[in-house]
Design a protein around this ligand. Structure first.
Ligand code: NAD
Length: 383
């Protein structure tokens, strides 16, 4: 059985479905042939911009369970450069038009979509239809509707879906999750998180163009603050109020500059987040019954840094977060390890982003949220 995750396979078997039913349920998956029988999964990066160039491709040189086997680019000049630099055969290099032919390429097991946000849905869905497992960069898409379409396409094709939430694979973040889960400092009462940067003076960048970005600071950086608030509290929020601030309207014509939002959580805890394309910010702080813990920086590529109210410094040896993230996804496919950043998590965060925009549109009114509990602990059901 190839390219059909063990979980899907077991589910179908448990339901008493035989091979014929499985073939019918996941025709592409069975036909394509790649994945579990391999030692290392081949990954194709779609979109060779700065994140692929400076983070993902270098990290894929160090990954244990996957490697860079192909690329998809809309810029013909990049083809030879990447072929030479990473020894990628010509047959594994695609453009946006012939991308669907990737279905016939057994060297490629995973397609990693690293394009502007509004292009994520199209390319994730095309990748799933080609029978490839999918990693989709954050933010997952530009609407909840698009998140649903991606999840549905992956389900229909019997392929796995992960979001590029590198911090979910990262030791400092996981230490914070452990404090919350084990109640090291008691129940959490308050969490604050911020994520932002000064976006300079280039009004032509796609992140400031709503058609390509889907939104401004909130979709780009706010998802980090939302994630911190959720793993810092160990819960999904049940309500949100939000405000938007604009100090450079001539520069941020089309997209949000700075947003603050306040959450309430089921156990009575409260949270505050701030995200901005005009303010440098990169931290999270949690106050619990018997103490506090914090990460600062909390969102950058590392090494992160943390400390607690007991005077302890949180410290881990530095490893590439992208390497850890892509290996975690490969282990999910190869060994049925947990998917630490599933599509449902990306969708949850987009539901929260839409609620924040709704609250702002209603002048800061409270918007209630009714989220699935399963991903409340930053990706995994609470052990
Ligand atoms: P970038 O601008 O450096 O690269 C974008 C790529 O998309 C380029 O190769 C460009 O040629 C291509 N592209 C195709 N059509 C385009 C169009 N119409 N307009 C602009 N570019 C077009 O961006 P990036 O920083 O590499 O970001 C890509 C994605 O990765 C985004 O979704 C971003 O949120 C995400 N990202 C995630 C992290 C992370 O830490 N997880 C970090 C950076 C970026």
């Amino acid at each position: 059985m190839k390219n059909l995750s063990r979980r899907n396979f077991n589910t179908l078997m448990a339901k008493g479905m035989g091979t014929a039913a499985i073939m019918a349920a996941t025709p592409l998956a069975c036909a394509m042939g790649s994945g579990q029988d391999k030692k290392k999964l081949g990954v194709a990066l779609v979109g060779l911009g700065s994140y692929s160039t400076y983070q993902l491709a270098p990290a894929l040189q160090d990954t244990q369970h996957c490697y860079l086997s192909g690329v998809v680019t809309g810029t013909p000049e990049k083809e030879q450069i990447w072929a030479d630099k990473y020894n990628i055969p010509k047959k594994n290099i695609y453009n946006y038009q012939n991308f669907d032919d990737i279905a016939k390429n057994d060297d490629i097991d995973v397609v990693y979509v690293v394009l502007p946000n509004s292009m994520h849905a199209e390319f994730c869905i095309r990748a799933a239809k080609a029978g490839k497992h999918v990693i989709c960069e954050k933010p997952m898409a530009v609407s909840v509707e698009e998140c649903d379409a991606i999840i549905e396409a992956c389900k229909n094709a019997g392929v796995e879906l992960g979001i590029g939430y590198r911090l979910q694979s990262e030791p400092y973040t996981n230490e914070v999750k452990r404090f919350v889960r084990e109640k090291t400092f008691g129940d959490v009462r308050y969490v604050s998180a911020d994520a932002g940067y000064y976006s300079g003076s280039n009004p032509d960048q796609w992140r400031l163009n709503k058609e390509l970005s889907g939104g401004g600071a909130l979709l780009n950086m706010g998802v980090y603050a939302i994630q911190s608030a959720i793993y810092g509290s160990g819960q999904n929020p049940v309500s949100v109020t939000a405000q938007e601030y604009s100090t450079r309207p001539e520069y941020f014509k089309d997209t949000d500059e700075t947003i603050t939002a306040q959450f309430t959580f089921p156990n009575g805890a409260v949270g505050n987040i701030m995200t901005s394309h005009n303010i440098n910010a990169n931290s999270m702080y949690v106050s619990a019954e018997r103490g506090w813990f914090q990460l600062q920086p909390a969102n950058s590529y590392g090494p992160l840094s943390g400390r607690t109210s007991t005077g302890d410094v949180i410290e881990f040896p530095h490893e590439s977060q992208q390497k850890l993230q892509m290996d975690d996804f490969a282990k999910h496919i190869l060994f049925d390890a947990p998917n630490v950043a599933p599509g449902e998590m990306g969708k949850r965060d987009m539901i929260i982003c839409e609620a924040i925009y709704e609250s702002i549109a209603k002048g800061g009114q409270k918007v209630t949220l009714d989220l699935e509990p399963d991903y409340g602990f930053g990706g995994l059901p609470t052990p």
